[in-house]
Design a protein around this ligand. Structure first.
Ligand code: GCO
Length: 443
């Protein structure tokens, strides 16, 4: 049954929304926004597809009204977006850009006028260049500045936010960026990675303290989860998969929920972990009101002794893939949530803050028939329904993404949107998946 009629079997108070992020849609050239490390990373050779950057992106800074209409008219009741740190503080600290504040002011009022619940995120990877040049997440001062930035956001917008997330996908902002080199700043350095894995969590902890000082009671963090498995079941592969699982999943879960780091990763990081890191774990493990899960695919891990430090690689699986080359594995969503609940005795609300697929969408006779995407959404929403039937407290589901947008290192070559964007003209065209959501959400 590849339609979205399943939506109508969800409880009335379940929230369906759609998500975006600042750097991927706003256009960092507009409104006196400061530069972020993504602007500079994209300028280096061979870092992003055709050296594309988010300078213009979807020009959402200019077209936000139309974009909020697209959220509303589809029938969604919530919108997940992120604040751009350099848009409000172009140098990361100090001088405030009032144009940036007034942009979010209008955007939030626009959501409330349309009765869309604002799910804000403080950090979706656009680190101000000034701070990046001083080491970014390798520098112990960055979490401090992040706390000051959090204060500015909470002071101006806190009372209008339905919920606030500190960091989006700390694994991507640290390991993928400082060890794998795939995201800004593009380092391949275990020592930097170890530090960033800790300081990004410290930033979460410090921001939470600030959020609490503003009396906000719906704060969380958004983690990207991979369901980790091995190629063939043998001892070496199992050890490799365990390490990968600890780096990708447990490092963050265990710090946040138990106030400790997994031993196998501590062994790997040895002397690289910041001094006195233990003292920070209390702040990192303060209670949160909800946890956000972003889910896309599984990770199949294989031992490979040629790979420095970690002795493992990810291998391609046999399942049908999205345009990112990611296997479609809806089961993983249930598996990962159930295993987290069990391992950490979780009993807080869970939000599915991102799920979706890239697809080669083409316009034919002014319509875009992305039936593959409808099938993807159906199969994953069906997993959410199964979890709800097991009484697992999932409160929302956000489709990634509202618009085709700047897909990081892949530039504009990958399309995740419910709405097609022509990047020459900035014309938005809802795809069949958008109409499919609409037909059941507005029922
Ligand atoms: C994320 C990413 C998004 C990506 C999406 C697809 O939070 O995972 O933040 O920015 O566009 O995941 O790769």
């Amino acid at each position: 049954m590849d339609n979205l009629s399943i939506i109508n079997s969800f409880p009335k108070d379940f929230i369906f929304g759609t998500a975006t992020s600042s750097y991927q849609i706003e256009g960092s050239n507009y409104g006196n926004c400061g530069r972020s490390h993504w602007d500079s990373f994209a300028k280096k050779p061979n870092k992003t597809y055709r050296s594309q950057d988010g300078g213009v992106a979807c020009a959402h800074y200019l077209k936000w009204n139309e974009d909020l209409d697209l959220v509303k008219n589809c029938g969604f009741s919530a919108y997940r977006f992120s604040f751009s740190w350099p848009r409000v503080l172009p140098e990361g600290k100090g001088l405030i850009n009032n144009e940036g504040l007034s942009f979010y002011d209008k955007l939030l009022d626009g959501m409330l006028e349309r009765e869309l619940k604002p799910f804000g995120t403080l950090y979706h990877w656009d680190l101000p260049i000034n701070l990046a040049e001083k080491g970014g997440w390798v520098n112990r001062d960055t979490p401090k500045y992040f706390a000051d930035y959090t204060d500015l956001v909470m002071k101006n917008f806190g009372d209008r936010l339905y919920s606030i997330a500190t960091i989006n996908e700390p694994w991507c902002a640290s390991w993928l960026s400082y060890y794998c080199g795939e995201h800004a700043p593009g380092l391949k350095d275990l020592s930097a990675a170890a530090k960033s894995m800790h300081f990004i969590l410290l930033a979460h902890g410090k921001a939470l303290e600030v959020i609490r000082s503003h009396n906000h009671k719906n704060a969380g963090i958004v983690l990207n989860k991979a369901y980790v498995t091995t190629k063939d079941d043998n001892e070496q592969n199992n050890i490799a998969a365990e390490l990968y699982n600890s780096i990708h999943n447990d490092w963050f879960d265990s710090a946040i929920f138990n106030g400790e780091y997994p031993k196998n990763v501590l062994d790997l990081f040895k002397e690289h972990i910041p001094e006195n890191y233990q003292k920070d774990l209390e702040a990192i493990s303060q209670s949160i009101d909800w946890i956000g899960i972003n889910y896309y695919t599984r990770a199949i891990v294989e031992h490979d002794k040629k790979i420095k430090d970690i002795n493992l690689v990810l291998t391609k699986g046999p399942l049908k893939k999205t345009d990112m080359g990611w296997e479609i594995f809806p089961d993983g969503l249930s598996k990962i949530i159930q295993s987290m609940i069990k391992k950490y005795s979780l009993n807080i609300p869970i939000h599915i803050t991102e799920n979706g697929m890239a697809n080669k969408d083409e316009i034919a006779k002014e319509t875009i028939n992305d039936h593959e995407r409808i099938g993807f959404y159906y199969s994953h929403i069906n997993e959410v329904k199964k979890l709800l039937d097991k009484k697992i407290p999932i409160k929302s589901y956000f489709a990634w993404s509202l618009l085709d947008n700047f897909e990081w290192a892949f530039g504009y070559s990958k399309r995740f949107g419910l709405v097609h964007v022509d990047f020459e003209t900035q014309i938005r065209t809802p795809k069949k998946s958008w109409y499919e959501f609409q037909s059941y959400l507005l029922k």
